[in-house]
Design a binder for this molecule. Structure first.
Ligand code: KIV
Length: 270
């Protein structure tokens, strides 16, 4: 297996990400704490403190009960751990229902954490909210396609961009989000040709998840790609590490050594 060894040495900014469009694929990963953020520091351009933490870390069935307090707590931890990536705060469900509410909550993100941007799910209907934030100097990442915060209202996680009409709607959404001042766009769970059409239609970088190879970058949830989240595994998740298996094996060894008094041995005793 070949491994990318080039390290990122300078703080990644909104300008860095904008310039990467069509030049070099952008790498983004989620992180929820300082420990893992530190491991990812210097390797990826962007870290998303995703509301997916509500599922993987809080054990909830979906992201909808994530709230501002928990997202702020985890974002502060990630900012403590990672210094170089551009850190994005995922605005939780219900935190941006009006322009006023969105501005109040996004202002808290800038005041209380070092995150450089916020992410908002939704298409052209959210353009006014995004515009309000960008008018107030808050950097925004859009998020279209399969939007986890719509799981209940849409009756499940539905792959988008399956026909011409839906591809056109996605392109229209992407253009409205770009016009509102977003500097990047997450495109999730769409057919590859739809992600290609969206990527070609806008001048801001697109970051795909389950959207094929034609986007300007990729994002994965760390606990999925490292094999820790076992509740379900979407088709687009590539497992780069059998994390849960490794932990169980190591834990089993620890339990065995404690039970048989092999641990602690002389080396680990004062
Ligand atoms: O919350 C999250 O992790 C996300 C990614 C799936 C893009 O929004």
């Amino acid at each position: 297996m070949s491994i990318h060894t080039a390290k990122i040495e300078k703080k990644v900014t909104v300008t860095t990400i904008r310039k990467m469009k069509s030049a070099e694929p952008i790498t983004m990963i989620t992180a929820y704490d300082a420990l893992f953020a530190r491991l990812f520091d210097g390797s990826v351009e962007m870290i998303l403190v995703g509301d997916s933490l509500n599922m993987s870390f809080s054990g909830k069935p979906d992201t909808l009960s994530a709230n501002m307090e928990m997202m702020l707590y985890h974002t502060k931890a990630v900012c403590n751990g990672a210094k170089l990536p551009l850190i994005v705060f995922d605005m939780p469900f219900g935190s941006y229902t009006t322009k006023e509410r969105a501005l109040k909550n996004a202002t808290r993100v800038y005041r209380e954490t070092d995150a450089q941007a916020v992410k908002i799910e939704g298409g052209k209907e959210r353009a006014k909210i995004i515009q309000t934030l960008t008018d107030n100097s808050i950097a925004v990442v859009g998020h279209i396609g399969l939007m986890p915060q719509f799981v209940r209202s849409e009756g499940g996680y539905k792959v988008k961009g399956k026909d011409e009409a839906n591809i056109s709607a996605l392109v229209e959404d992407a253009k409205a989000i770009e016009a509102a001042g977003a500097f990047a766009l997450v495109v999730e769970g769409v057919k590859s040709e739809a992600a290609k059409a969206v990527t070609e239609a806008v001048s801001i970088p697109t970051i795909g998840i389950g959207a094929g190879v034609h986007t300007d970058g990729q994002v994965l949830v760390w606990s999925d790609m490292f094999g820790f989240f076992e509740a379900f595994k979407p088709k687009f998740v590539k497992e780069y590490l059998p994390g849960a298996k490794l932990i169980r094996e190591a834990l089993g060894k620890y339990v065995h050594e404690v039970k048989t008094r092999q641990f602690p041995d002389d080396e680990h005793t004062y």
